[in-house]
Design a protein around this ligand. Structure first.
Ligand SMILES: NC(=O)C1=CN([C@@H]2O[C@H](COP(=O)(O)OP(=O)(O)OC[C@H]3O[C@@H](n4cnc5c(N)ncnc54)[C@H](OP(=O)(O)O)[C@@H]3O)[C@@H](O)[C@H]2O)[C@@H](O)CC1
Ligand SMILES: Nc1ncnc2c1ncn2[C@@H]1O[C@H](COP(=O)(O)OP(=O)(O)O)[C@@H](O)[C@H]1O
Ligand SMILES: [K+]
Length: 503
């Protein structure tokens, strides 16, 4: 499933019409019919439906929806929210078809009308991706009224007034219960501050060719089919060396468990051999608990790793660093020296990110892949901006950082955005609020480390790891756990089921 900006969607429409020859009226017919089909699945036969139609093509979709529902026998009427002379082109054509089929159109008189309250379903086709700036009057008041009074609101393509793109914090928008997005979801469906306005959303297909999407966008949602297509099988004659020897560096006297989570998760996710490199005290605590891992003792100052041991990375296929190591200066020296010398992929997480903040040039200059896995607080710290600024434009900030610093960025959150150094972006939607707990990120880092060593591309490895991590939490919630009680260690146990589902 592709994710588009408003401009990309217009380019895709344009491509479909000019390069392929699809007619705009036909696309509008397809859009309206596809939405009407979905609407019939969520309304009752006895529901009274009011379609609000605006001036652009979104309003045009509204006329097709109204005609299709009328033909199916629903009690439906249209409230046209703009003057007659504003309905032009393809939208006018479909308005005429609706009228000729016996459809009734009322004109919005600027007052908040009883049609909003006397119908139990409102279909919002006021404005789509053509929305510019903040909604003007009288539509702004109408939208406030709908949000207050309407019983069930179904938006067409996007809740009216909501920006399609990132970077816009001020708007007046319909609060939808459902949104049927046309062709592909828009970027705002994936942002913390705009996604709630969509209610439940799903895409409807209107016959736009996949070539049109491939040519015009490089952003998409990673799904189970993508995992199945890219995750290498384990062969009958495999030996452990073929699944990678990974090193996990982290832990301190204050946070020993973080390392344990990463080690266990990495082993459960298929790593061949995993070594935990940490302080003597942490090894003592973990070794009986995580017996499949091997351990390497590093030097320490008062229970925190320092840079006095000469850590050899020879023979390791990938390294993960940072979890539970704390923010002491002596530990930072260790991180920076390993980032500088590691001749293999390195995954930097948690406090490791804090230590590299001032040395991003070292990351940029690395000849081997670098992966950073920040949550929004860590990403904002690396960028020197606030979390609010970041979350307003997470796609842009991730992309700029990844390209500038020649690194893979896994920006974690309710949805996770994975960006390659070339700027390709994928969204992972698996996972749930049960993961909003200490340790979830350490588990993800362990899975990432394992995936990187399994023979996929680094980008595929990151996408697969995020999907599998979130899916484990989703499976656990659907079975025996709740958002409240789910623990990071449960997510490790849940991997067994996810791998069975995938294979
Ligand atoms: N082939 C295709 O293209 C297909 C497109 N499809 C559909 O078309 C939709 C995009 O259509 P679109 O480009 O016509 O824009 P749309 O969202 O209807 O709004 C434009 C109108 O809004 C108005 N307006 C804007 N800002 C405003 C404000 N702040 N406050 C008040 N009014 C404001 C603006 O008025 P103006 O400012 O010009 O006076 C203009 O008249 C898309 O979301 C999808 O549903 C599908 O049918 C599939 C095929
Ligand atoms: N509400 C949520 N929905 C989906 N995934 C979530 C949610 N909250 C957190 N996660 C996931 O849980 C993990 C948390 O990582 P992080 O914040 O680094 O945790 P920690 O540092 O405590 O280990 C990330 O993979 C994130 O995407
Ligand atoms: K709309």
């Amino acid at each position: 499933m592709y994710i588009v900006t408003a401009k990309e969607m217009y380019d895709i429409d344009h491509f479909a019409m000019t390069e392929i020859g699809l007619d705009g009226k036909l696309l509008m017919e397809n859009a309206g019919r596809a939405v009407a089909d979905r609407v019939t699945a969520i309304v009752k036969d006895t529901d009274k439906i009011c379609v609000l139609a605006g001036s652009g093509n979104n309003g045009g979709d509204g006329f097709v929806i109204a005609r299709t529902l009328l033909d199916k026998g629903y009690a439906v009427q249209v409230l046209q929210v703009v003057a007659n002379d504003k309905i032009l082109g393809d939208a006018y054509y479909h308005k005429r078809l609706f009228e000729r089929c016996g459809g009734i159109i009322s004109l919005f008189d600027g007052k908040c009308t009883s049609m909003i309250t006397s119908n139990n379903v409102i279909i919002d086709a006021i404005i789509g991706i053509g929305s510019k700036g903040i909604l003007r009057e009288p539509l702004a008041s109408l939208v406030h009224y709908i949000n207050r009074e309407a019983k069930k609101v179904i938006s067409v393509d996007i809740p009216s007034g909501l920006p399609a793109d990132e970077g816009k914090g001020e708007f007046i928008s319909i609060q939808a219960d459902y949104t049927f997005v046309i062709g592909a979801p828009k970027v705002s469906a994936f942002l913390n501050h705009t996604s709630p306005y969509y209610g439940k959303w799903e895409p409807v297909s209107i016959g736009l060719p996949s070539r049109a999407f491939k040519t015009n966008t490089s952003r998409f949602v990673w799904g189970i089919d993508d995992v199945r297509n890219s995750l290498p099988d384990r062969k009958p004659d495999d030996h452990k060396g073929e699944h990678g020897k990974g090193l996990v560096i982290g832990g301190s006297k204050e946070m020993p468990g973080a390392l344990a989570m990463s080690l266990k998760a990495s082993l459960r996710a298929g790593a061949g051999l995993i070594t935990g490199a940490t302080t003597e005290g942490v090894i003592r605590m973990l070794s009986a608990n995580c017996i499949e891992a091997t351990y390497k003792e590093l030097s320490e100052t008062n229970g925190f790793l320092d840079n006095r041991t000469d850590v050899s990375l020879e023979g390791y296929h990938a390294v993960a660093i940072g979890m539970g190591m704390g923010r002491r200066t002596c530990t930072g020296d260790l991180v920076r020296s390993l980032v500088h010398t590691a001749e293999c992929p390195i995954v930097i997480d948690a406090d490791g990110l804090y230590h590299i903040k001032e040395d991003l040039l070292d990351i940029e200059n690395r000849r081997y892949p670098t992966v950073i896995t920040p949550h929004p607080g860590e990403m904002a710290m690396l960028l020197g901006i606030t979390v609010n600024e970041l979350l307003l434009e997470p796609f842009r900030y991730s992309r700029e950082f990844a390209i500038k610093n020649n690194s893979y960025v896994v920006l974690k959150g309710m949805i996770t955005i994975i960006t390659s150094p070339e700027g390709e972006q994928v969204v992972n939607m698996s996972g749930n609020p049960g993961l909003a707990k200490g340790g979830s990120g350490d588990v993800l880092t362990g899975i990432i480390l394992a995936m990187i060593m399994q023979g996929q591309t680094i980008f595929q490895a990151l996408c697969n790891a995020c999907y599998i991590h979130g899916r484990s939490a989703d499976e656990l919630i659907s079975e025996k756990h709740s958002y409240h009680d789910l623990l990071a260690s449960d997510v490790i146990d849940g991997l067994a089921k996810v791998f069975r589902i995938i294979s």
